[in-house]
Design a protein around this ligand. Structure first.
Ligand code: AMP
Length: 185
């Protein structure tokens, strides 16, 4: 069994960017629920239509939909040698569901990308301009941050001393080096 990594952090904290770099380095699949939901929405599938009402306003998609999506993804052959989870679990019930399905072995390293609020808002507004993601407008950004504080942040306490806190500010390369050090230790 290869590495089983979780990236935790606020929206706009750089999880996706860093996850793609780590995936290239380690050769494990990058499992991003945000990407999977955006794909489902783009394809117009049932799941996509259900997800859209939540994603467009920055709410979390119901746990049962997301848990089923991840369960199916992690059961595929390419995830047998490890994976990098990005954006899941995002609340306590999802973390409990993951532990139930895969046990304590589900994760070997939890990286928390620490970025302060002002920087996050600035980054997300910039991404809104560059990528035109529908959920990157100021109102939705503020709501996603509230959801992060209310629902996702408690996972830091839930995972306790298994969490490696990494300074998520600075250049993409600097942040990557900090993560690589944590993954090596
Ligand atoms: P992300 O790209 O990870 O920032 O996710 C974008 C949006 O997808 C979020 O604001 C949620 O609406 C939805 N989403 C992504 N991951 C999850 C998850 N694990 N649980 C519920 N909703 C999610």
């Amino acid at each position: 069994m290869g590495r089983r990594i979780l990236f935790l952090g606020p929206p706009g904290g750089g999880k996706g960017t860093q996850a793609k770099m780590v995936r290239r380095a380690l050769g494990v699949p990058h499992v991003s629920t945000g990407d999977m939901l955006r794909e489902a929405m783009a394809s117009g599938s049932d799941l996509g239509r259900q997800a859209e009402t939540y994603v467009s306003v920055g709410d979390l998609v119901p746990d049962e939909l997301v848990v089923a999506l991840v369960e199916e993804r992690l059961a595929r052959e390419d995830a047998a040698g490890g994976y990098l989870l990005d954006g899941f679990p995002r609340n306590l019930p999802q973390a409990e569901a993951l532990a139930e399905v895969l046990g304590d072995e589900a994760l070997d390293t939890i990286v928390y990308l620490d970025v302060d609020e002002e920087e996050i808002i600035a980054r997300l507004l910039k991404r809104a301009e560059l990528e035109g993601r529908a959920d990157d407008n100021e109102e939705t950004i503020r709501h996603r941050l509230e959801v992060f504080h209310g629902e996702t942040e408690p996972l830091i306490a839930y995972y306790g001393d298994r969490v490696r806190r990494v300074d998520g500010t600075g250049s993409v390369e600097d942040i990557y080096c900090r993560i690589a050090l944590e993954l090596a230790s």
